[in-house]
Write a protein that binds this ligand. Structure first.
Ligand SMILES: [Zn+2]
Length: 179
């Protein structure tokens, strides 16, 4: 079973994950029990996790090095996001890193090959969580990032921030970005 590339469609990605979970039922159960929540994001903030957008990342393509974090290095609680990432790319990268911080310990215990298999599942979880307006709003506010509206979940999360008196801004495409 080839690992999906992140350029694959969301549907291909989901097909891969469904097959993967058929062979990793324990992991699937534990990921469900320990889902990322507002409380887990609160805990990250309490522990000192914060965002850095280092100019040194500009040496790298945002497609290759969009973000990183180091859950294993307890004192260095930095989430690095490439400075040029905006809108959907920024938010899905943020949620990819939040998913590493939150789920890597589950992978270490329950995945057959530890962290080796984690990337496609982390990315799948990240995209599902990013599409949840409640989690999206909570994470963007707590990590003090500027809210961006680019699809339906981000509209539901932040529309009230963009209201001018009682005039709504028109968003022509209110789809849910997942790819
Ligand atoms: Zn990753």
């Amino acid at each position: 079973m080839d690992k999906p590339k992140y350029t694959d469609s969301w549907r291909d990605h989901c097909n891969y994950i469904n097959l993967f979970f058929e062979n990793n039922q324990d992991l699937k159960d534990q990921l469900k029990i320990n889902q990322l929540s507002k409380t887990s994001i609160d805990l990250m903030i309490e522990l000192g996790w914060h965002i850095k957008r280092p100019p040194s990342f500009l040496k790298f393509s945002a497609k290759k090095s969009c973000g990183s974090c180091s859950p294993d290095i307890g004192f260095l609680r930095r989430i690095m996001l490439h400075p040029i990432l905006e809108h959907y790319d920024r938010d899905k990268t943020l949620f990819h890193e939040l998913s590493h911080i939150h789920y890597d310990s589950v992978f270490k215990v329950f995945a057959k090959n530890g962290l080796h298999n984690s990337e496609p599942v982390i990315e799948w979880l990240a995209r599902k969580h990013r599409a949840n307006p409640v989690l999206l709003k909570h994470a963007i506010h707590l990590f003090e990032l500027e809210p961006h509206i680019y699809d339906l979940p981000s509209y539901l999360a932040f529309a009230e921030d963009y209201f001018i008196s009682d005039r709504k801004i028109n968003f022509p495409k209110l789809e849910i970005l997942m790819d």
